[in-house]
Design a protein around this ligand. Structure first.
Ligand SMILES: [Zn+2]
Length: 91
């Protein structure tokens, strides 16, 4: 049985901006990935949830819409002692 009792609040761009978190995008098709600052995204798209934002995303390498999106915990200081830091890929 799936527990359905937990109230799930979708992550919104305003929340990410507030927490100073970037958005991490990963293409499931070609593994292209990048981290985007949440502030310009909020300015451009408004206060979307991540799932709404995901629908607007497309991979700049293979043009797939199969893009995975989540808060970029690693870039911020939420996780400490991260050894590998990916370079931000160009568009
Ligand atoms: Zn791709």
């Amino acid at each position: 049985m799936v527990q359905d009792g937990v109230a799930f609040q979708p992550v919104r761009l305003t929340w990410l901006v507030e927490k100073k978190l970037a958005v991490w995008l990963w293409c499931e098709q070609c593994s292209h990935h990048k981290s985007l600052d949440s502030v310009p995204l909020l300015t451009r798209f408004g206060d979307l949830t991540l799932s709404d934002l995901r629908r607007k995303c497309r991979c700049s390498t293979c043009h797939s819409r199969n893009v995975f999106i989540r808060p970029d915990w690693h870039k911020s200081s939420w996780t400490r002692g991260v050894v590998s830091r990916h370079d931000i890929l160009p568009d």
